[in-house]
Design a binder for this molecule. Structure first.
Ligand code: GLA
Length: 679
């Protein structure tokens, strides 16, 4: 994002008071009025200083088209303010009320099979519906007019998780908007026909009106059409974000605007690198997933969110105190888990830590989702740990406003490669872009080396080592940038299925990895994907899965770092490094997973002259996130293991951690925050 645009929460007591936000989505409309007073007491006891209000309140605020009911919201705003709690006020447009969808069924999304997505849950609206847009902007305007001057108002919260349920809409509105988007992108039908390679399968268009979203077809829909529809769908939601934002900015120019992103797991419909510049500060929702890399995935997501925020603070809008309700099995967090998760986000730049939601609902679809106040009430371990976290965040006030300290290594993340790399009719359907990126991240954590997860379009020049996993889409300009990065002494690493296509999803001819072939000093004629469950051995003593390549070395400066021992390519290179000038370009041709990558990493670190900042005994055991105010650095040391870790070799002034100065070990799930003067 353009970091100059950054404008943080407007705390009601005036700017300058450094603090970390702490709170939740607050849904008072679900409760009788007397519960609100209890809420205020418990919020104060828990250290809550900010809540998000009215996220799903449209039907309550506007019970019918010309009837408005603000009384309850006036009262909630006043009550919160009286208790010193700031409000991130939603525009309330996330879930349209029944009267609107009944009167205007043309706002309802349509799936790829032409089926209507009916109301009854939430977010049943077409991002491109002019009717929905008109009603949503009317509501946003009404809220801005009424609450723009309210002293509790700290920020605007546009909609909620834009695209959570409605990113892909195949309706006629979407078709019309898609055509307009394509006209803007391509200008002429000839250019579209070229980009979409419509000479294949007799798909040539002779009129714009013939073009449709990629609805269910007889076979694989045109891949560039699919990729463009993903780009368009992200843009359509971004357009909605901008429309609401512009209404708010016109009426309340001093109030910062945000919307909650979903940088987590396989949520991939929205290109947040492209969205980040549209908001005054970046917000994210993250829920801990399950599996062996769950904690690393949280760290990865927080890290990437920090990059989207340009290294400036961002707002953790939602996570969970304990279990969620939408996984196949919803596990409660273990003691210490909630605080560890929260502090990991803070380490990677969150200046606000909030939850879904304040009080666990008694009814509705999310009644088994944890909250700050559980069904058991405030006399509960969950609420006691919430209050403990509130106190911890108050003690960590010195980190508020500090920025990320750049790591020596970057992992480049690219939505286009995520989208295009996982399209159908490819060499394998098993490839998972984000998993490969996460595997690299885990590998760096295991080695105790800090790595920033950055957008591929960010300034990469300061990183000694740059890993671009499955960088599938490489437009000519990106190829030039990467060549420039290596020419000026950078060390690039990429993997299988990289450099293959341009921005139109057309293959770079002449042998793979196409756009990166010369830089890497290798040439591949045919891909060698592996069947599920099959593995090949490498001479490093590790195994590869998913993919292999039959590599020919084309440049004498290309060194073979690892060789296949088994499989169709036995005896041929599996990992290569081409040194050129002060830089290098390396290629990893198979999926090694964190363990296998761990065997290759020492070579890559060696070539790039990067080493761990941690003492050897702590490497791999702690996740280290570092923030800085320019004078002092703040080291967040997060125990990744289930055992006690000795940190006595890392000195510093403890801001948070077990028994502060007295104990230099970290128990399972504990976090230690050290203030250390800048070297
Ligand atoms: C999302 C939504 C919330 C809630 C949570 C549950 O993040 O924004 O309203 O549904 O999921 O995990």
């Amino acid at each position: 994002m353009n970091a100059d645009r950054h404008r943080w929460v407007r705390w009601p007591s005036g700017p300058g008071r450094a603090r970390l936000g702490f709170g939740a989505d607050y849904n008072p409309e679900q409760w009788p009025r007397e519960v609100w007073d209890e809420d205020m007491r418990a919020m104060r006891a828990g250290g809550v200083n900010i809540v998000s209000l009215a996220i799903f309140s449209w039907a309550r605020i506007q019970p019918s088209e010309d009837v408005w009911d603000f009384d309850w919201l006036d009262e909630a705003m006043d009550l919160l303010h009286a208790h010193g709690i700031a409000v991130d006020l939603a525009t309330a447009t996330a879930s349209p009320p029944p009267w609107l969808s009944a009167k205007h069924p043309e706002i309802l999304p349509v799936d790829r099979n032409g089926h209507t997505v009916w109301p009854g849950a939430r977010q049943h609206w077409r991002p491109t519906s002019p009717v929905f847009r008109e009603h949503a902007l009317r509501l946003a305007r009404a809220l801005a007019e009424r609450y723009g001057g309210h002293p509790a108002l700290a920020a605007w919260h546009i909609s909620n998780e834009l695209g959570c349920h409605n990113v892909y809409d195949f309706s006629d509105d979407a078709a019309a908007a898609f055509r307009a988007w394509l006209r803007a992108r391509y200008g002429t039908l000839d250019e579209l026909n070229r980009a979409w390679a419509t000479s294949f399968w007799s798909q040539r268009y002779s009129d714009w009106s013939q073009i449709l979203p990629p609805r269910t077809a007889a076979s694989y829909p045109n891949p560039t059409q699919q990729l463009d529809f993903k780009r368009f769908s992200s843009d359509a939601l971004k357009d909605h974000l901008r429309a609401e934002r512009d209404v708010l900015r016109a009426l309340t120019p001093d109030v910062p605007v945000t919307t909650n992103f979903m940088v987590m797991g396989e949520t991939k419909g929205m290109d947040y690198a492209d969205w980040a510049g549209e908001v005054d500060f970046v917000s994210n929702d993250h829920y801990l997933l399950t599996g062996p890399q769950a904690q690393d995935e949280l760290s990865f997501s927080a890290n990437l969110t920090g990059s989207l925020a340009g290294g400036r603070p961002w707002y953790l809008m939602e996570h969970s105190t304990s279990a969620v309700n939408w996984q196949p099995v919803n596990l409660a967090k273990r003691p210490g888990g909630m605080a560890r998760d929260s502090l990991t986000h803070v380490g990677y730049g969150a200046d606000a830590v909030c939850f879904f939601q304040w009080r666990q609902s008694a009814g509705g679809a999310e009644k088994y989702h944890s909250a700050m106040v559980p069904h058991a009430g405030v006399d509960s371990d969950v609420f006691r740990s919430v209050a403990g976290l509130g106190a911890t965040l108050a003690a960590l006030a010195p980190v508020a406003g500090t920025r990320r300290l750049r790591a020596p290594v970057a992992i480049a993340f690219d939505w286009d490669s995520w989208w295009a790399g996982e399209l159908d009719s490819h060499p394998t359907s098993l490839l998972r872009y984000r998993q490969e990126a996460l595997d690299w991240y885990t590998t760096f954590l295991d080695a105790g080396v800090r790595a920033d997860v950055v957008d591929v379009d960010d300034d990469l020049s300061g990183y000694r080592l740059l890993v671009a996993p499955i960088l599938h889409v490489v437009p000519a300009a990106l190829a030039r940038r990467l060549e420039g990065y290596v020419a000026s002494g950078g060390h690039l690493v990429t993997t299988y299925f990289s450099g293959i296509v341009d921005e139109d999803d057309h293959v770079w001819l002449g042998g793979y990895p196409g756009a990166l072939r010369d830089l890497l000093g290798i040439r591949i004629e045919e891909f060698g994907p592996l069947p599920d469950g099959e593995a090949v051995d490498l001479d490093l003593g590790v195994t590869g899965t998913l993919w292999t390549d039959r590599i020919d070395v084309t440049d004498p400066a290309t060194e073979v770092v690892a060789t296949y021992k088994t499989g169709d390519h036995a005896g041929r290179p599996a990992v290569t490094t081409r040194r050129t000038g002060a830089g290098s370009a390396s290629y990893v041709s198979t999926r090694l997973g964190p363990e296998g990558l761990g065997a290759v990493l020492p070579h890559l670190l060696d070539v790039a002259e990067v080493s761990s900042e941690l003492p050897p005994e702590a490497r791999g055991l702690v996740d280290v996130a570092v923030r800085t105010d320019g004078t002092d650095d703040y080291w967040f040391l997060i125990n990744r293991t289930d055992r006690r870790v000795d940190l006595s070799a890392i000195p510093g002034d403890p801001l948070h951690g077990p028994a502060l100065a007295a104990d230099t070990t970290l128990a399972a799930r504990q976090v230690r925050v050290l203030r250390r003067p800048r070297a």
